[in-house]
Design a protein. Structure first.
Length: 489
């Protein structure tokens, strides 16, 4: 069995009359050893790490012969002590540099290369031509705390969907929880198999400490299935959040607000919050918002008056957008937030209440027009929209394609995956309809230009955490910012 991948010829019964040549046993053994040594040398030369290890071993042997074992033992003791101190002082860097590299090397040999040939044959990913068996080749294996990344060079004629459809079979073969495929930018003949060896997203994720100032091009809001912090871009982007009731849309919104909180305090960021559900989700953080509309009406007032307020807030955002377009025209293509011109984040907790379930026809027309303008033109000038919705169908939200970043939590229908993340997303592993309802905040994040969605779990921000955020990060007193309008309730 060829356990390393490559070609293997069929050795069917063929009868030939060949003259017998007698060779000494020593010659046969020498030829076999020579072939093995040549293969080993070629394997080492193709791997710089292996060359380094072999070199160190040879140096250690030479020193031991020339000076005895004490110098080598001293070096080993110093290296071991250094690694031990490193692991205790800075475990965050020790794990990826040392532990995960060692784990990747170990699992490459003990798991993947060992069972590669039978796995390829069983899944139909191997090919046989004229009696010769061709196998996809393992290029490299790397590991994290919970994911093995196996980089593979596909056979001619194979595509990523051929591998994606065999994900569950590959996961079972190699003892993983799940297997998904990832493309390799610039390498059309290669892909990466993500083997989830343990799921770190089964437990709630505590909120991250807000960065000061916030990294608007990469806000830390979730934990990825590889155990690492996952970041989401907000500056120059719009976010659509889709999820069924109880799926964790509030976790997404509050994770974003938590990551923005230092910028809110320093007035580099303004949050304009629209909560059509009477403020049930966002009211606790009202003191952090530059504007807050929640659908309340005075006693005896018009029941549709709050719908006009929603339209007014969005039209005010369009006004800011127009003014900034005039100021940046010919000078810059992307707005840089300052205290005078902050990033404005319009958060809408239930987008369908503004686009589909509204009674006032005039207000609906104004809301649709303003939203369409903001989504098509606002992100370049620092006016970003974050909208949450339960149903992603076109008749509910007609402008969903204008959101470059889409976050899909648990949904009730498989069709919602394609509607949110695009055709074929579910075949590539984004099975949002199968997310356990006991894991709110677990989501798939899709971005324009990236064919595969990332699986993450957003942080769980409790009521106590929100109270602490408001106390620590309420905006500092300052004059009314240009383009801003006093809070509306």
């Amino acid at each position: 069995m060829n356990r390393m991948g490559g070609d293997r010829r069929d050795t069917g019964p063929v009868r030939l009359n060949i003259a017998r040549v007698r060779l000494p046993l020593t010659a046969v053994v020498a030829a076999w050893v020579g072939r093995r040594l040549a293969a080993g040398v070629w394997w080492v030369l193709r791997r710089p790490g292996a060359v380094t290890v072999v070199g160190l071993v040879l140096v250690a042997l030479w020193v031991t012969v020339a000076h005895g074992p004490l110098p080598v033992l001293a070096v080993v003791a110093v290296a071991g002590s250094t690694l031990l101190i490193w692991s205790h002082v800075h475990p965050g860097s020790f794990a990826p540099v040392v532990v995960w590299r060692a784990r990747g090397l170990w699992r490459a040999g003990s798991v993947y290369r060992w069972a590669w040939q039978p796995a390829m044959v069983a899944t139909g990913l191997a090919m046989r031509v004229d009696g010769t068996e061709y196998l996809p080749r393992i290029v490299s294996v790397s590991s994290t705390q919970s994911v093995d990344r196996v980089r593979v060079r596909m056979l001619p004629g194979q595509t990523q969907p051929d591998w994606a459809t065999n994900g569950q079979r590959l996961a079972q073969t190699f003892g993983a929880v799940d297997c998904r495929t990832r493309s390799v930018p610039g390498k059309v003949h290669e892909l990466v198999l993500w083997f989830l060896t343990a799921d770190p997203l089964t437990r709630p994720v505590a909120p991250f400490e807000p960065a000061d100032p916030p990294a608007l091009k990469g806000l830390p809001v979730a934990k990825g299935e590889d155990g690492q912090i996952h970041r989401v871009r907000l500056l120059g982007a719009h976010l659509l959040v889709v999820g069924a009731t109880g799926a964790g849309k509030g976790s997404v919104l509050w994770s974003l607000i938590n990551a923005l909180s230092a910028g809110i305090r320093d007035r580099l960021v303004q949050v304009w919050a629209i909560d059509p559900k009477g403020g049930m989700e966002l009211a606790a953080g009202a003191d952090m918002f530059a504007r807050f509309v929640y659908g309340g009406t005075p006693d005896g007032g018009d029941d549709t008056a709050y719908e006009v307020q929603f339209a007014q807030v969005l039209e005010d955002a369009v006004t800011v957008m127009r003014r900034r377009q005039a100021a940046l025209r010919g000078r810059a293509r992307l707005h840089t937030p300052t205290t005078d011109e902050p990033l404005i984040v319009v958060i809408i907790d239930e987008l369908a209440s503004l686009t589909a379930y509204i009674n006032d026809r005039d207000a609906k027309r104004r809301i649709t027009a303003a939203l369409s303008l903001l989504l098509s033109q606002g992100r370049a000038v620092g006016v970003s929209v974050v909208g949450a919705v339960q149903d992603p169908r076109k008749d509910i939200i007609s402008m969903r394609d204008l959101f470059p970043t889409r976050i899909l939590l648990r949904v009730t229908e498989p069709e919602h995956v394609a509607l949110t993340l695009g055709q074929g997303a579910r075949d590539r592993g984004a099975t949002a309809d199968l997310i356990d309802d006991a894991t709110p905040g677990v989501a798939y994040i899709g971005q324009d230009g990236v064919p595969e969605a990332a699986r993450v779990r957003f942080t769980h921000v409790t009521d106590d955490d929100i109270t602490t955020l408001v106390q620590r990060y309420a905006p500092r007193a300052a004059a009314l910012l240009p383009g801003a309008i006093a809070a509306v309730s």
